[in-house]
Design a protein around this ligand. Structure first.
Ligand code: 0L1
Ligand code: MG
Length: 256
């Protein structure tokens, strides 16, 4: 199987914002390892065009989402510089069917890796935690895919925004942080940090373990989107999104 050719096809759809058929329809025997290989090749193509790897995201971090997908572990994706919104505006150009979900982001200051790391190791390696919102945008028609498809499509990574204020890892109990998401002034989702694998720190532990299977580590300076605190919500032109986080303030942006 030509993994590079599959990566080039997905990359073309990621870059142009055109939807595509699931790759498992034409390649039903792909393994999870091959799907991560395709994911890496896609991001390498973006890096060849001048983008830069700046971190990682964890997806399918809530039990209900894992059950829906028929998987028993989360998935990870790669975050690049061009995905980060540097002003509070989400532009729809180049996106297909974006959805937004409130998250917590870890900023890492020390290399983290290995298959036996603990939450204590993560706390020692964390510079700060930031409120964040991820914009997911599957390249597949109708946002419908298998585990293999979504891994190859970089775990639906598209855009993300983080708050300006970083908080000490010891600022609060992160599993108890309550979050309310508003769309055009109406509450559309509520949740708490515990939705992320019981505690967001467990998501970083899991990421380090999953990366170690491929000989990779989390690097100093990396930002990690730990996972969704609530279900994702579709957005369209003119929407105003505000997410309020207990003890962390709020994050707002508009959709244009
Ligand atoms: O970030 C996420 O939890 C989403 C991961 C991929 C699944 C999806 O696109 O809903
Ligand atoms: Mg997410």
């Amino acid at each position: 199987m030509d993994l590079q050719k599959i990566a080039e096809e997905i990359d073309a759809h990621q870059s142009s914002g055109r939807e595509m058929e699931k790759i498992t329809l034409s390649h039903p025997n792909l393994s999870v390892e091959e799907a991560y290989d395709i994911q890496k090749r896609c991001v390498d193509l973006a890096i060849e065009r001048g983008d830069r790897l700046i971190g990682w995201k964890m997806g399918l971090t809530s039990k209900p989402k894992q059950v829906t997908m028929g998987v028993e572990e989360p998935i990870y994706g790669r975050l690049t510089q061009s995905m980060e919104l540097t002003e509070p505006v989400l532009r729809l150009e180049g996106l297909i069917h974006p959805r937004v979900e409130p998250e917590l982001a870890f900023v890492i200051k020390k290399e983290l890796g290995g298959d036996n790391i603990t939450p204590r190791d993560v706390w020692l390696a964390t510079e700060c935690i930031l409120p964040a919102v991820e914009v997911i945008d599957s390249r597949y028609k109708n946002f419908s895919f298998t585990h293999i498809d979504v891994v190859a499509d970089n775990a639906s990574s598209s855009k993300f925004i983080v708050g300006d204020q970083g908080f000490s890892p010891y600022h609060t109990a992160w599993d108890e942080v309550g979050v309310s998401m508003y769309k055009n002034g109406e509450v559309v989702q509520t949740g708490a940090g515990a939705a992320i694998l019981g505690h967001p720190v467990r998501s970083v532990v899991e990421l380090a373990k999953m990366l170690s299977r491929s000989g990779l580590t989390i690097q100093p300076g990396n930002v990690i989107l730990a996972g969704a605190v609530t279900d994702a919500v579709s957005v369209s032109e003119g929407d105003r999104i505000e997410v309020q986080y207990d003890q962390l303030g709020s994050l707002k942006f508009s959709v244009k």
